[in-house]
Design a protein around this ligand. Structure first.
Ligand code: FMN
Ligand code: SF4
Length: 688
């Protein structure tokens, strides 16, 4: 299909200093959890962005010097000629498909405790580390500042040798050049402290140095956080943000502007909508003639056009949208907007990043698997074994939908049966909870794609039992029958059923999502410790109930620290008036009250409630699979050759795990998998 002329503006080339981007799609720097340890994996990931028609593809943060590293998190580096070779692998792959390659040179200052290099951590005024760590930083003297400027220049020259088109000076996310700008960390009395002209001096010098060093062929970009969302305690857009842009307006070749810190910048969809940063960054283009990049989980081409036409942005910056769908620009260019796999803002990608492991995505099960498993986000492996045989997928939740769609894309005939009229399983229920509406995109993308495939037949309101499956006559059966929340209190901190859970009104998240009547006061007992407990407390409080959230965790929704949502969740619940009892485990329930034991002392607290919502763990709905598995003779008589259990009905998990399991099952169907062979390519250092 031809491109919709409405979107032509997104495909205009844009000049950035000495280089020109082929269009306005700009993959801003984002980590992959691979860094210099996994060069083939990271370069293949970036290559696919270029293949997907992004105009600019950047690296993740790339350390300019070993006095700034981030162990145990993986990063890129340009420390020596070996790194030049490693980075040129990425550059070559990006350029192969026509995108410009950018590198974000990084010095973390008080954000880099140097746990691996053991070099002395530096900062403008000798502060503590940003994250709690029992070693502080040294206040930089003039020699340190001279060194820093030299490290930036040396790394920029290496970047040029590696072939990069765009070289960054990175003053975002609270890193070292930014630490000079914010008063919180800069209490210097010399020419680098005090008035904003002084606090911006280092940034000015680093831009000038970089331009002198590589500006003849490389564009010099600045990533600047214009607001820290702390009010007068931090940098504010209307104060230092505007001042710095005004002072340095025409100095860099490009401004890449955002807000700090990562939990605000990569705001999850629970807390920020598409284009949420405009109210902070919208002023920048008025102060400079240089191209401006901004971010805000942009997935809608109409919003992108609007940003450009209203003069807010020149480039549509994207990290998460490009992770969820590396082919967004190509799809828009080909008039296939409805094929875009939109980011849902769940921040599972951030969670992987915050755990120091390779990137994962709920919507895109292939991210991080491009090199090691050879998975392409848009192309499935062609059908192989059982080429003329059809597959029955039972259950149309995240695993079943992904599996059925991907099998059909491989060319297999597929039947997809679900007990309900509405396909989607948990993807129908959870998006109705507060803040989770965007998650329905996991269902909608797959239903949209399935509707285009002629080789999937859908059977709604078709609850399948063993005999129905035998009667259906499919030689291959994949079960994706989901999981149910437990009612017995078993979770991370209770390994056996909690006494008394059959007393009074004990509800599970499934009951709440099904609309069960709740009587207050309510205790939400959260031993799952991801989003569900916090979201249910929010829902019930918003409905006017008296709610107490009890958790054995040290804070509310403890695991959502990894998705950058913990602080915001707890703050929201506290502001709503939800009472909290932390570090307590449910020891017993008595129908009208619970006994909660302190993690540390075992001392018990008695809390009365009319309803207990127990959010602890889930049980796989695997009875049908186990019944089929046990009935070898019946299967044989029915002509069933293979059965497989995938997703929550195999192992309950987050939606990301279910989608991945469904995808993997589809990729592996009809293939010979040797269980004794390691399943993917490892990037090993071989000892000669
Ligand atoms: C997994 C992940 C890793 C990131 N790593 C970096 C990084 O290394 N350097 C950087 O400047 N920003 C990083 N960011 C922030 C993004 O560049 C971007 O500013 C932010 O996610 C908002 O854009 P989005 O709404 O398009 O995701 C990262 C974001 C994500 C999701
Ligand atoms: S993991 Fe979630 S937030 Fe991250 S890119 Fe994928 S869908 Fe978006």
């Amino acid at each position: 299909m031809p491109r919709n002329p409405r979107y032509d503006i997104l495909f205009e080339p844009v000049r950035i200093g000495p280089v020109t981007a082929r269009n306005r799609f700009y993959q801003v720097p984002h980590c992959t959890g691979m860094g210099y340890d996994l060069p083939h994996s990271v370069s293949r990931l970036r290559e696919l962005k270029s293949e997907g028609l992004w105009g600019v593809v950047n690296t993740e943060y790339c350390s300019m010097h070993w006095s700034s590293e981030d162990a145990p998190y993986r990063l890129c580096a340009l420390w020596d000629e070996n790194d030049v070779k490693t980075q040129s692998l990425t550059v070559e792959k990006i350029k192969r498909h026509g995108a410009l390659a950018g590198v974000e040179l990084w010095h973390g200052g008080n954000h880099s405790p140097n746990k691996w290099s053991r070099e002395t951590p530096l900062s403008p005024s000798g502060s503590t580390q940003h994250a709690v760590f029992p070693m502080q930083t040294r206040a930089m003297d003039r020699a340190d500042i001279r060194n820093l400027r030299k490290w930036q220049v040396d790394a920029a020259k290496r970047a040029k040798r590696a072939g990069f088109d765009i070289v960054y000076v990175y003053a975002g996310h609270g890193y070292l050049p930014f630490q000079f700008i914010t008063k919180r960390w800069n209490q210097r009395g010399d020419e680098y402290g005090g008035a904003i002209e002084n606090r911006a001096r280092l940034l000015r010098e680093m831009i000038e140095d970089t331009k002198d060093a590589v500006g003849d062929t490389c564009a010099v970009a600045v990533r600047l956080a214009v607001d820290e969302l702390m009010g007068p305690d931090g940098v504010q857009a209307a104060e230092e943000g505007e001042a710095v842009i005004s002072l340095l307006a025409e100095l860099p070749d490009l401004w890449d502007v955002n807000i700090s810190y990562v939990e605000n910048d990569s705001m999850s969809s629970r807390f920020g909508a598409e284009a949420h940063q405009e109210k902070f960054t919208g002023f920048v283009k008025k102060l400079t003639t240089k191209p401006v990049v901004g971010v805000g989980r942009f997935t809608s081409p109409d919003t992108m056009v609007d940003q450009v036409k209203r003069g807010i942005l020149d480039f549509i910056g994207a990290a998460r949208p490009s992770i969820a769908d590396p082919f967004i620009p190509l799809k828009i260019n080909e008039g296939r907007e409805e094929d875009i796999r939109e980011c849902i803002g769940c921040n599972i990608c951030r969670a992987q990043n915050n755990s120091g492991v390779p990137i994962r995505c709920t919507q895109n099960p292939t991210i991080g698997e491009e090199y090691r498993r050879g998975w392409h986000p848009e192309i499935m492996n062609p059908k192989n074994g059982f080429a003329d045989e059809a597959v029955l997928v039972v259950g149309a939740g995240p695993a079943g939908l992904e599996c059925a769609m991907s099998l059909a894309r491989r060319g297999y005939d597929v039947a997809l049966a679900d007990a309900s009229r509405e396909l989607g399983g948990r993807l129908n229920r959870e998006p109705k909870l507060p803040g989770l509406a965007a998650w329905v995109r996991v269902r909608d993308y797959r239903l949209g794609q399935i509707a285009k495939l002629s080789n999937i037949e859908i059977f709604r309101e078709s609850r399948m039992d063993r005999d129905a499956i035998y009667e259906a006559g499919f030689p291959h059966v994949i079960l994706a029958t989901g999981a149910s929340w437990r009612r017995d209190g078993i979770g991370h901190n209770n390994f056996l059923a909690v006494p008394g859970m059959d007393q009074g009104r004990v509800l599970t998240p499934d009951d709440i999502m099904a609309g069960a009547a709740v009587e207050g006061p309510v205790i939400v007992y959260d031993d799952d410790q991801y989003y569900m407990g916090g979201v249910i407390a929010e829902k019930l409080r918003a409905e006017g109930h008296d709610v107490t959230l009890v958790t054995p965790g040290t804070d509310v929704s403890n695991w959502s620290f990894f998705t950058d949502e913990q602080f915001k969740t707890q703050a929201k619940l506290m502001k709503m008036g939800v009472r909290l009892l932390l570090t307590h485990r449910l020891a017993a329930w008595a129908g009208d009250h619970g006994l909660f034991a302190c993690n540390y002392t075992g001392e018990q607290k008695r809390l009365a409630a009319a309803t207990l919502v127990s959010v602890t763990s889930r049980q796989a709905n695997d009875a049908l699979f186990l019944e089929l598995k046990a009935d070898e003779a019946g299967r044989e008589a029915a002509g069933i050759k293979t059965i497989r259990n995938v997703g929550d009905s195999d192992v309950p998990g987050a939606i990301v795990h279910a989608v991945y399991a469904g995808h993997k099952a589809a990729r592996e169907f009809g293939e010979v998998i040797d269980p004794d062979q390691f399943p993917f390519k490892r990037e090993l250092v071989f000892v000669k």
